[in-house]
Each structure stands twice: as C-alpha cells, then as structure tokens.
Design a binder for this molecule. Structure first.
Ligand code: ATP
Ligand code: MG
Length: 285
C-alpha cells in the first residue's frame, strides 16, 4: 500500500508545531527522538525530518509528497510546488532594517547601498518592484551583525518580535512580506497518494477551523434573545434551550476567536449571564 511522505523541519521553530498539527489530526508516531524518518502506526504516512531549507526542493523532486515550511522559505526557493493550506503558526515577517542611528526617510535610502540577507531572490524582486538599485550580499546566517561589522548598510531578515534586531542595534524600516507556515505538495501525485492527501487535508481543515472558533454557552433573558442571536454569527442558528428559571433560556453557539471580546461585551450589555467559552477540538462541516 502506498504511503504519503511528509517533510517537516527536524529541529527549529516549525518542528514542534508541525508534529503537533499531525497529532491533532489523530496521527500518532512512536516516540524515539533523533530519528530522521518516522512512520505512523495509524495512518499511512511517513515523516522525513529535514533542514527547513531542503523541504521545498525535496517536495519538488518528489522525495517527499508534501511538506510544512515557512512561506518565506518557499518563496525564496521559487520552485514549482502547490500551496495547499496556510497553517496559522510560525508567523513572522521579512523586513529591511538599518542601524538605529541612521536617518532613514524611505526606500530610496538603499539606492547604491549594500544589503545583507539570506533571502536574495525575494529581496531582488522587492527592490526591482520599488525601483531601487542596491547590491545584495548573501549570507546564510547571523545576518543581523552585517552592518556592525561593516559588511553591509542594511539587512533583510526575518523578524517576529523585533528583539533580535534591537539587541543588534538595528531598526526595522520596511516590511517586505508577511509569512507563516504553509502546507505544500508536489505537483504530480498519483491517485492513491492524492486520496491519502485529501483525507489528511480534510482533517487539517477541521483542526484549523476549530482553532479559529470557540464554543459559547450563556443564559439570557427571553426578551433579549432575538437581539443576542443577531450578534452571534453561529454556524447555523444557535441552539436555544429553556431554563427551569421562567423567562430565561440557555443559548449555545460557535463564534470566531477574533470577534470574541467584542461579542462578549455586547452580550453582557444585553443581560447575558453565566457566559462560558470553551475551545473546540474538531469542527467538521
Ligand atoms: P534549519 O536548521 O532547519 O535550517 P533555520 O535556523 O533555518 O532552521 P528557524 O530559525 O528554525 O530556521 O526558522 C524556521 C522558520 O520559522 C522560518 O523560516 C520562519 O518561517 C519561521 N519563523 C517564525 N518566527 C521566526 C523568527 N523570529 N525568526 C526566524 N524564523 C521565524
Ligand atoms: Mg534553514
């Protein structure tokens, strides 16, 4: 029987979350660290643990069928693979930064200057788009120190909180792109592998849908029910059950995580009580 091969980062910022996602999809792996390949016992899938830089290439060459990778690394690789899903973790941005003391007024600053980066392809396209001529100095790591050692005038690097930039005396001046972990696949999968992938994707989508949403329960006075229902964008209409207490009902629904606090305030304003918000593990449409 055919097995789906998935490439993920061996150790780094995406490793733990990638494995966690598979686990949330009900896919189990025997414990035993240090292995480069792991086979699931309950789903026909094999995990290849790689340097993140190699994931896109291996998927393109069909060494792996699918992979989890930062969008930044996928874009830099510039290889023909399919992007199947944005996974909602590993969020960061690729930005231009210069020394804190520089008088930076706009992208023209970089005209004729030198920029150090591990992302030469993305940076070249960005500079072209902005009509700036700058020379690109490729370095594979520790890009942040380039300005202080006189290697470059600025850097183009991954930022999440900005603390690494700050501790190296740099300031972020332009955002080149936003990135997060994505699921990619080879462009030519046989029917059997495609069927396995569809099964996995269905599970991934259910997990992601659940993450964005919360289950909400509350008690509400009957005369406010209509108004409360109007501000609850549930899957369909909310479930309403009468309470023993006359004139009150219990209402159950699902809300978007990002609308959560706004809605809670409105609900309280309408007299809702005993509001419970619970995580959802899976959500199947
Ligand atoms: P590898 O040894 O696999 O080559 P790496 O050092 O190149 O690892 P990591 O630092 O583990 O890579 O980052 C992996 C990915 O995590 C990045 O490409 C990016 O998509 C994402 N990421 C999220 N936040 C950050 C951050 N603060 N710094 C760097 N990468 C981040
Ligand atoms: Mg890497």
């Amino acid at each position: 029987m055919s097995k789906l091969k998935i490439a993920i980062q061996k150790s780094g910022r995406l490793s733990e979350k990638s494995l966690e996602l598979l686990k949330e999809c009900g896919i189990k792996f025997p414990n035993g660290g240090g292995k480069l390949i792991a086979e699931s016992k309950n789903f026909p899938i094999e995990v290849l643990f790689l340097r993140d830089d190699d994931v896109t290439k291996y998927v393109e060459q069909q060494v792996a069928d699918i992979g989890i990778i930062g969008e930044n690394v996928y874009l830099e690789a510039n290889l023909p693979v399919n992007v199947l899903e944005y996974l909602g973790f590993g969020s960061c941005r690729l930005s231009l930064a210069v020394s804190k003391g520089e008088d930076y007024r706009g992208i023209e600053y970089f005209e004729g200057k030198k920029i150090a980066t591990s992302y030469p392809f993305i940076l070249e396209q960005y500079l072209k788009e902005k009509n700036v001529n700058a020379s690109i100095e490729f370095i594979s790591g520790s890009v942040e120190i380039a300005p202080s050692i006189g290697l470059a005038n600025g850097v183009c690097d991954i930022v999440s909180s900005g603390s690494t930039l700050m501790s190296n005396g740099l300031k972020e001046v332009e955002k080149v792109l936003d990135s997060q972990a994505i699921l990619i696949s080879s462009q030519s999968l046989n029917q059997e592998k495609q069927a396995l992938l569809d099964k996995l994707l269905f599970r991934i989508k259910s997990v992601l849908n659940a993450k964005e949403r919360k289950y909400i329960l509350l008690n509400a006075p009957n005369d406010k029910l209509e108004q409360i229902i109007a501000i609850l964008p549930g899957m369909k209409s909310p479930t309403i059950l009468p309470l023993a207490d006359q004139g009150w009902s219990s209402l159950h629904s699902v809300i978007q995580e990002d609308q959560f606090w706004d809605i809670i305030d409105e609900l309280k304003g309408l007299g809702a009580e005993g509001i419970l918000v619970a995580p959802i593990e899976k959500m199947i449409y």
